[in-house]
Design a protein around this ligand. Sequence first.
Ligand code: CP
Ligand code: NVA
Length: 332
Amino acid sequence: MSTIDLKGRDFLKLLDFTPEEIAYLVELAADYKDKKKNGIIHDTLRGKNVALIFEKTSTRTRCSFEVAARDLGMGTTYLDPASSQVGKKESIADTARVLSGMFEGIEYRGFGQEIVEELAQYAKVPVWNGLTNDFHPTQMLADLLTIKECFGSYRGIKVAYMGDARYNMANSWMVTCAKMGMELAICAPKAYWPAQDLIDTCQKIAEENGSKIGFYEDAMEGVKGADVVYTDIWVSMGEPDDVWRERIDQLSPYQVNSAIMKQAGEKAVFMHCLPSYHDLKTEIGREKGEQFGFKELEVTDEVFESEASVVFQEAENRMHTIKAVMAATLGA
Ligand code: CP
Ligand code: NVA
């Protein structure tokens, strides 16, 4: 494995990392995955502790940080939105300095990217972005590892991103594809495309790396020949309830269904960061399904449960890749 030193670095967004550094983190994660599967103990960060700040809810990211930290020999402290002072009675700058005295690393999941950037600016220890409105970089590492496992490489792979493209997941995909020599087809109504300044930044990076980013209002056109068909929920955490009607009306043509999968490459896989409204087996799914008359939303249950779906492999890879981020930045 290449030797790249990321000790002491923050992990806030992939824009801050070179393609070689990103590739290294994916390789390191694969190595940790092998160790875990073979029962090889790797608790080289014994005696250290990390703080996990969650201002939004989580299953995968929280569990990944907790399990990965434990595997590396570290202790964790979970701070949820209700039980900490973060941002309410105590500023981000003060929180960063308080936690830096007790922990070797800090994870933050919350709202604006500027919050995690400010936390990192004042913290004396590495800060890791566990999702903001703007980026979800640890998810990207898990997705790259999954694609590598499925296709042997991510270079040259075409990803069709369907649906809500103006938020954290599509933003992150633009940066990832631009940096890693991939092709990205954003399939969404124009009003849901990413911000123009980020598009411009990513197009420049794409040129340097032989990558390609295209935008399609016609989903059938954009998804043609894709290796990976990717989607995300249409209403993200923290968004107001009154956007549901408009999202369903605008994004329904971008639902991942069997017709879309047929139009993709013959060996195409389906990926989703999760959680997903692919059925009505959730409280919100049921409530909104009754209100708006749907039984599945951004992906049909048929595709979600199909052979092509690698969503649970992808979810597991969150843990191995988050472990790699902590290990690399803490110098395991
Ligand atoms: N994909 C993801 O970040 O899942 P959680 O919200 O459960 O952490
Ligand atoms: N766009 C989603 C991603 C969840 C992993 C959200 O922010 O809620």
